[in-house]
Design a protein around this ligand. Structure first.
Ligand code: COA
Length: 195
């Protein structure tokens, strides 16, 4: 489509929904794969984890809500407004989540979000997942810019962003309301020419 200003869409509508969700291999034998209803237990565990509740503002009341949230992930992908993967060993349970939120195909951008369950933390999984998802989003899907935002009080997420190649562009003041008040957020980004 061409906008009223004569600028073509960066990624044509239908490109993502028109293909299946790929499985993306990670170093160390892990992979990014679509969420399945069988992952409801892992999503429920994430919703009970204090760090994920705190930093991702993510809660899940019960298994039924977890199943609905997984269905919603697939609906958002079909609507081309989001694309979310489970981080897992092949054939294994979900260990974490990574995805593109606020996906804007026409404008060529998305926001990267992630978390990993406590047992899988501390071994660099999310850095590798962020690298793999970024390559897919910029090279395969064809987006132009990915942003990654985190509270300035979350240095682990800042390190993940830096190690995955996301440049720190600045601090957004009072950007997100957490339980303990407004947090400043770092804005990191990766643009296609950075790869
Ligand atoms: C933040 C999170 C995604 C990091 O994922 P991870 O794969 O466990 O990352 P790792 O612990 O392997 O750490 C990656 C890097 O951050 C560093 N790091 C970890 N904790 C840190 C801290 N508190 N301060 C500074 N650096 C830290 C690690 O040392 C590592 O860097 P290095 O390889 O140079 O040593 C994960 O801990 C998590 O899900 N936390 C809870 C929810 C959350 O914070 N979500 C993100 C919202 S923006």
């Amino acid at each position: 489509m061409i906008s009223s200003a004569g600028i073509p869409d960066v990624v044509p509508a239908g490109r993502m929904a028109g293909t299946g969700q790929p499985v993306l291999a990670l170093p160390g034998g892990l992979e990014l794969r679509p969420w399945s209803p069988d992952d409801a237990g892992a999503l429920l565990a994430a919703g009970q984890d204090p760090a994920i509740r705190r930093w991702n503002l993510f809660t899940v009341a019960d298994r039924a809500e977890a199943v609905r949230r997984i269905e919603r992930m697939h609906e958002r992908r079909r609507a081309e407004t989001g694309a979310v993967w489970a981080v897992a060993r092949p054939g294994g349970e979900a260990l974490g989540l990574i995805g593109c939120n606020d996906l804007d195909l026409a404008g060529g951008s998305a926001e990267i979000v992630y978390w990993v369950l406590p047992a899988a933390r501390g071994v660099g999984i999310v850095v590798e997942a962020t690298r793999a998802l970024s390559r897919w989003a910029l090279d395969d899907l064809g987006l132009h810019r990915l942003r990654l935002c985190h509270s300035t009080a979350n240095p682990a997420s800042c390190r993940v962003a830096e190690k995955a190649g996301y440049t720190l562009e600045g601090t957004m003041r009072g950007a997100l309301l957490h339980e303990d008040g407004w947090h400043d957020q770092h804005l990191h980004a990766l643009v296609k020419s950075d790869l």
